[in-house]
Design a protein around this ligand. Structure first.
Ligand code: ADP
Length: 264
């Protein structure tokens, strides 16, 4: 197979759910082609149920394809691995562990000693603005802080690719905007390859180098829109009124709306 320039190449992907009791089959993704480039921030948008989370599961290795392939660095993905870190909407923090221990958890699984774990955890807690919460427990934190901790935990594991599945869907609008800005600041420190799934067009255009719009389910890529907005301009206070941002948001919105009509 020739070497590709993609970090992850998804070719003709088909993903299917089979009901354990009835045996009924549901095709969630079909004929999906997508290249995720090294060090890019790629957002995936599309109507609810179009297969965005399923796409994350395929790349994370949680689910096997029914057809087609998902290849990372020219090697097929056959299961979960530490090279891919996933951030979910519902934080997935362990309630009986402190935030610092939650952030260091992946390192513990890798056999890293406690002093080194704490050192790495503290670095990422600092980066995500959580240094003062290191000794707190998840229930003592706001939703926004818990999501910062989930991002810190993923980054502490030093993945090559970060997969984010609607991570900010559960927080209020103001916190969400702050988290988006903070995520970009943290991402720019590492520039690891990021795939961010959301149904919010504004969020996608704010964050992404490119936005892939999926068709209604079974999802495939309808169109990819480049977002040539300089990184240093990505702050809500200035971007909200920026004509380029508005134009790109309208373009992506139009694509998604058109798809919604096609589905009706
Ligand atoms: P999205 O993230 O875009 O909202 P999903 O990937 O969650 O979409 O789901 C894609 C399709 O697969 C939807 O029609 C959904 O109902 C279906 N689906 C998701 N999970 C399951 C499951 N565990 N069993 C059966 N169908 C599922």
């Amino acid at each position: 197979m020739p070497a590709t320039t993609a970090k992850i190449r998804i070719s003709d992907l088909a993903m299917e759910y089979v009901n354990g009791e009835s045996g009924e089959r549901h095709l969630a993704v079909a004929g999906l082609d997508l290249d995720i480039l090294p060090n890019e921030f790629l957002c995936v948008v599309g109507p609810s149920g179009c297969g965005k989370s399923t796409l994350i599961s395929a790349i994370a290795g949680f689910m096997k394809p029914k057809g087609g392939s998902v290849v990372m660095d020219d090697r097929p993905i056959t299961g979960p691995g530490a090279d891919r870190g996933v951030v979910f909407q519902e934080y997935a923090l362990l309630p009986w562990k402190t935030i610092r221990d939650n952030v260091g958890l992946g390192l513990k699984f890798k056999g890293v000693g406690s002093a080194e774990r704490d050192r790495v955890a503290d670095r990422f807690l600092h980066l995500t603005g959580l240094a003062a919460a290191a000794h707190k427990y998840p229930h003592e934190l706001s939703g926004g802080m818990k999501q910062r901790a989930a991002v810190a935990r993923t980054l502490a594991n030093a993945p090559e690719v970060m997969l984010l599945d609607e991570p900010f869907a559960a927080v209020d609008a103001q916190t969400r905007m702050t988290l988006q800005e903070e995520l970009l600041r943290v991402w720019e420190e590492s520039r690891l390859t990021a795939l961010f799934v959301t149904h919010s067009v504004e969020e996608a255009v704010f964050l992404a180098d490119r936005v892939a719009v999926l068709t209604p389910g079974p999802g495939r890529v309808k169109e990819i829109v480049d977002i040539p907005i300089a990184r240093e301009r990505r702050q809500w206070a200035s971007l909200d009124a920026d004509p380029l941002f508005s134009r790109l948001r309208d373009r992506v919105m139009h694509l998604v709306r058109g798809l919604d009509r096609a589905a009706a």
